[in-house]
Design a protein around this ligand. Structure first.
Ligand SMILES: NC(=O)c1ccc[n+]([C@@H]2O[C@H](COP(=O)([O-])OP(=O)(O)OC[C@H]3O[C@@H](n4cnc5c(N)ncnc54)[C@H](OP(=O)(O)O)[C@@H]3O)[C@@H](O)[C@H]2O)c1
Length: 159
C-alpha cells in the first residue's frame, strides 16, 4: 500500500528554497512516529536537503540521474518512480511517500491513505501540493494541535 505523508499550509504550500517553510517539532514527531521502521520514498532533492539521515527507516530515493548512488546502508535508489508505484500499490507492505512536490504529484493517484498535517497559517512558499483535493478522501482520524490539524485520510471508493 502507498501512503502519502505531507504537511501542507492554507494555500497548499509545502516547500520554500528546497526546505520546509516551517519548523514544527510536534509535526516532526508525528512524522517520526508514522515512519519509523517503515519503507519511505522521497525524491533526490528532498533526500539531499535533509539535515541528517533518517535512521531506522528503509529509504527509497527517487532519482532520474542514473549516476546517482548512495552509501547510506538503509537506503536504495530507484530511477523509475512510476514502475515502482505500480509494483507496490497493492502490496500488503506499506510504502510511505514523503515528497517532495514532484514525487507527491506523481504518487497522488496511487495512494490509498494519507497522513496530512494541515498547518493553520500561510507561509512564503515556492512549492505546492496542487493536485491535493480533500474531496477525494474520507477523514478517519483528526487531532487538533496548536499550529496544525493532523488527519489520517482514506481514499474514497472510486476516486
Ligand atoms: N511539506 C512537506 O510535507 C514536504 C515533504 C517533502 C518535501 N517537501 C518540499 O518539497 C520541495 C522539493 O520538491 P521537488 O519537487 O523540488 O523535489 P523532489 O520531489 O524531492 O525530488 C525531485 C527529484 O526526483 C527526480 N524525479 C522526479 N520524478 C521522477 C521519476 N518519475 N523518475 C525518476 N526520477 C524522478 C527528479 O529528477 P528530474 O529533476 O531530472 O526530473 C529530481 O531529481 C522542498 O522544498 C521540500 O522541502 C515538503
Amino acid at each position: 500500500m502507498l501512503i502519502i505523508s505531507i504537511a501542507i499550509d492554507e494555500n497548499k504550500g509545502i516547500g520554500y528554497k528546497g526546505q520546509l517553510p516551517w519548523h514544527l517539532k510536534e509535526e516532526l514527531a508525528i512524522f517520526k512516529k508514522n515512519t519509523i521502521g517503515k519503507n519511505i520514498v522521497m525524491g533526490q532533492t528532498t533526500y539531499d536537503n535533509l539535515p541528517r539521515r533518517l535512521k531506522d527507516r528503509h529509504t527509497v530515493i527517487v532519482s532520474a540521474d542514473k549516476n546517482y548512488t548512495t552509501d547510506d546502508p538503509e537506503a536504495e535508489v530507484t530511477y523509475d518512480l512510476i514502475s515502482f508505484l505500480k509494483e507496490h500499490e497493492n502490496d500488503e507492505e506499506e510504502y510511505i511517500i514523503c515528497g517532495g512536490a514532484s514525487i507527491f504529484r506523481q504518487a497522488y493517484p496511487y495512494a490509498k491513505k494519507a497522513y496530512v498535517s494541515f498547518i493553520k497559517k500561510e507561509y512564503e512558499v515556492d512549492t505546492y501540493f496542487d493536485v491535493f483535493d480533500l474531496n477525494d478522501w474520507e477523514i478517519i482520524e483528526e487531532e487538533d494541535h496548536k499550529e496544525f490539524i493532523y488527519c489520517l485520510l482514506k481514499r474514497k471508493e472510486n476516486v
